[in-house]
Write a new protein. Structure first.
Length: 399
């Protein structure tokens, strides 16, 4: 069987790896002209670490680990207010790790590029699903036929729009927006992170073990915004307006943003569909069930979803009706648990008022000094641990 996957970030190459291992012919199409190098830190926790281990990539992940050591909240004069271990701040436990999205994408691509056909700088314009396959029309590569088509093309999935309908039916905004871009490391950060919080707005700057520069992450609450997802200049203006008049290092970071080559901006949103499949077309990762970056589990859902989808198709002998149904049966509760985590966590990422900021800072200062502080800290991170381990992974055919 031959399968077309749209999207070459995380879920697409991961799915290509497993399908190729099970004997499928795989083509991956990517709108960008090359792998996208930017992005933010992504966590591999719990069951995701197990999938990565089964793929044989954990040594590469460890080699590219961010190795973050601490997170410090500061005031407008850059005075430290509270510092905590990075693993606690991110809800990581023993065995979990963190890597830059671009590094993980490159690892997955390198593992598949010799066995999988990649079509960069192209996209799909039409899908015609039939009894014997899907006729696919590309912007540049003409028309081809595939047995199955998978959308692994993110929050604004083109495959989802072509096969399921307009994204407004499935995208649920959470009332927050985020942007991230590279910036000079003028704070001299070394595997360290600085956070400055004002009501409704959070600024985060960090540099990992793999960086000579730094990353700036801006988060802010807002009513629904209307903008073109491909108009970067308009998106930069939105961010500049949202953070106008804020102190600390923000003016300097906004100036750096103007020329940043890897600027990314989007809403914090979740994708929810009653079914992830239609005919011979299905979805994986953010395209089908994005939990938002607030969950810290988007990468995990993509890697695990790719593993389960490929495994269920192989177990069903290529019968997509059975394979797709079992894929959803295995994944649905796990996805919902992690989407719930995202809804809970986002409220802690952007404080609504000065009183909330003071309370948050006080709690973080006091917690390590309380009797049984380690048990308290474990309880705080337990919800993340439970969500990351909320699926029992099957061994599939040929592993």
């Amino acid at each position: 069987m031959n399968v077309l996957i749209s999207g070459a970030s995380i879920g697409g190459p991961a799915l290509a790896y497993w399908l190729n291992r099970y004997g499928y012919q795989v083509t991956v199409v990517e709108r960008a002209s090359e792998l996208r190098p930017g992005g933010y830190k992504v966590d591999l926790r719990g069951a995701t670490v197990e999938v990565a281990s089964r793929m044989g990539i954990m040594a590469d992940v460890r080699a590219h680990s961010t190795d973050m050591q601490d997170e410090t909240f500061v005031d407008k004069n850059n005075k430290p207010l509270v510092t905590m271990p990075a693993d606690f701040f991110a809800g990581r436990t023993e065995g979990d790790d963190e890597i830059m999205r671009g590094d993980l994408s490159r690892i997955l691509y390198d593992r598949t590029k010799d066995d999988v056909e990649y079509l960069f700088d192209d996209s799909l314009t039409e899908l015609v699903d039939g009894a014997d396959g899907v006729k696919v029309t590309f912007e540049k590569a003409g028309t081809r036929h595939f047995d199955l088509v998978v959308g692994a093309d993110g929050l604004h999935s083109n495959v989802r729009t072509l096969a399921f309908g307009d994204e407004s039916r499935f995208l649920h905004e959470m009332g927050y927006y985020a942007c991230i871009f590279s910036t000079p490391n003028h704070l001299g950060l070394d595997r360290s992170e600085r956070l400055y919080v004002e009501p409704g707005r959070t600024t985060n700057v960090y540099s990992t073990s793999q960086m000579t520069d730094a990353k700036a992450l801006f988060l802010f609450s807002s009513p629904k915004l209307s903008y073109d997802h491909r108009d970067v200049a308009a998106q930069k203006k939105i961010v500049a307006d949202a953070f106008a008049g804020i102190g600390w290092e923000v003016p300097r970071l906004l100036e750096s943003m103007r020329t940043a080559p890897d600027f990314y901006f989007d809403s914090l949103s979740q994708i929810r569909l009653d079914s992830w499949s239609r005919g011979r077309v299905t979805l994986v990762g953010d395209a089908g069930y994005g939990p938002s970056l607030a969950s810290g589990q988007g990468t995990g859902l993509a890697l695990i979803g790719a593993y389960v989808l490929a495994g269920e198709l192989a177990a069903a002998g290529g019968d997509h009706v059975v394979g797709f149904a079992n894929y959803e049966k295995e994944m649905r509760a796990f996805v919902e648990q992690n989407q719930k985590l995202g809804l809970q966590t986002v409220k802690q990422m952007v404080a609504p008022s000065k009183a909330a900021i003071r309370m948050q800072t006080l709690m973080l200062r006091v917690m390590p000094k309380l009797p049984g502080s380690k048990a308290i800290m474990r309880k705080v991170t337990q919800i993340v641990h439970d969500a990351a381990n909320g699926i029992a992974l099957k061994p599939y055919v040929g592993e």
